[in-house]
Design a protein around this ligand. Structure first.
Ligand SMILES: Cc1cc2nc3c(=O)[nH]c(=O)nc-3n(C[C@H](O)[C@H](O)[C@H](O)COP(=O)(O)O)c2cc1C
Length: 190
């Protein structure tokens, strides 16, 4: 049987990230080969005029050699995103990553009539988040889910979260542990 290629997109910032902790709990329960991309180590740059022009030329020539991150995203069987809740959304680095992997011909294409064809192989995308207060899903998880369903062709998305971690710090360890235990119960290596 083919190996499950798991792409772990780590969009966390702190060394003792609780979101990374939760995501790693999930990853321990998934069977397959894990490739982690730690966004803070990638030196990602947001798109500017020069990069947009270069990308348009590369796309026209179907030359994707400079877009390995996009190819890895498109070829993954399972995607796990770890994104702490920042300012009602996710860390800006994740948006920069999305800009970088959103390469026409790799993750998405358009039919002649304009309708979108998702090219990603993943059957499942997990979005793992933690938040200081109640988790507002509209601008973080829901945005990623809309991209996945409408543009990438990834039809199954799931949110796994631990929220209210900063309201009463003494309760945070037990909230996190409960979320981890729920994940351990549901996801066990086959
Ligand atoms: C820059 C920044 C912005 C944040 N914005 C929010 C927010 O809008 N709502 C919220 O509930 N918590 C917010 N928090 C709290 C974090 O979501 C919370 O502490 C989370 O568990 C941090 O994840 P980590 O341990 O993986 O770094 C914010 C924290 C930081 C550092």
């Amino acid at each position: 049987m083919a190996t499950n290629r798991i792409l772990y997109i780590n969009a966390t910032s702190s060394n003792a990230s609780r979101t990374n902790d939760l995501a790693k709990t999930l990853l321990s329960g998934l069977s397959g080969d894990i490739k982690e991309v730690r966004l803070r180590d990638l030196g990602l740059k947001s798109l500017d005029e020069e990069r947009i022009q270069k990308r348009m030329k590369n796309i026209a020539a179907r030359d994707y050699t400079d877009y390995q991150e996009a190819v890895d995203f498109a070829n993954a069987d399972t995607i796990v995103i770890a994104a702490p809740h920042y300012d009602l959304s996710f860390p800006s680095l994740l948006k920069v990553y999305i800009e970088n992997i959103y390469v026409l011909g790799v993750v998405t294409s358009f039919a002649p009539d304009g309708h979108v064809i998702g090219l990603c192989k993943a059957k499942k995308l997990f979005y793992v988040a933690t938040s200081g207060g109640p988790l507002e899903t509209r601008f973080g998880y829901e945005y990623i889910k809309a991209l996945a369903l409408d543009y990438f062709g990834i039809m199954d998305c799931e949110l796994l979260a631990a929220e209210n971690l900063d309201i009463n710090p003494s309760l945070a360890p037990s909230i996190l542990e409960k979320a981890k235990e729920d994940i351990r119960t549901r996801f066990k290596k086959s």
